[in-house]
Write a protein that binds this ligand. Structure first.
Ligand SMILES: [Zn+2]
Length: 185
């Protein structure tokens, strides 16, 4: 997984969790890394910062939570209300009088929900987005908050999603009238 477009530190584990479902550039096949990660505490700890290893029997719930988070990228995340009702977080006065959020359940889902709620509070969630091309979840730190692709210009390894979209749009124009199906790439 390419570590591009990182979220603020407190939110990064949420972004990484969302991207445990991804479409690798090489295969273009939807891939779910979560079962493998949940099964291997060492791999889990090297993938996530301080996120608790999921307890046995919680994988299905976590996959469900991840689906809601992903569906709520780039929009008002109203779908998350269901989760906040099920696993509420409590406001706590933290160090130096800063807001901290304590989950009602001290496990993976609880920690994710506390981070999510904090992102709402900080206005960071509206910068979390899925790439229009490859669906990779990224944090848009651009000034205008208008980035649509995870890698516009192709940094390092892998594809440049924006460029591919541009090529596709160009081809579409070349192929002529709308309604005529484009040949498979
Ligand atoms: Zn992309």
């Amino acid at each position: 997984m390419a570590p591009n477009r990182l979220a603020p530190a407190y939110l990064e584990d949420v972004r990484v969790l969302i991207n445990t479902w991804h479409i690798p550039n090489e295969t273009r096949v939807e891939t779910d890394e979560l079962p493998r990660l949940a099964d291997d505490p060492r791999l889990w700890r090297s993938t996530f910062g301080d996120l608790a290893v999921p307890r046995r029997g919680r994988l299905t719930e976590l996959i469900d939570l991840r689906a809601t988070l992903r569906a709520d990228l780039g929009r008002v995340p109203a779908g998350m209300n269901r989760w906040l009702r099920a696993v509420p977080v409590t406001a706590v006065v933290g160090e130096e009088g800063r807001l901290e959020l304590a989950p009602s359940r001290d496990d993976t889902a609880g920690q994710i929900l506390a981070k999510f709620a904090l992102a709402l509070h900080h206005g960071d969630w509206r910068r979390m987005r899925a790439c229009d091309d490859c669906a990779w979840a990224f944090y848009d730190s651009s000034k205008g908050n208008t980035r649509r692709w995870c890698r516009m210009y192709g940094e390092g390894e892998g594809r440049a999603c924006g460029s591919i979209a541009k090529v596709r749009a160009y081809r579409k124009r070349q192929e002529g009238s709308p309604g005529v199906p484009a040949p498979a790439r």
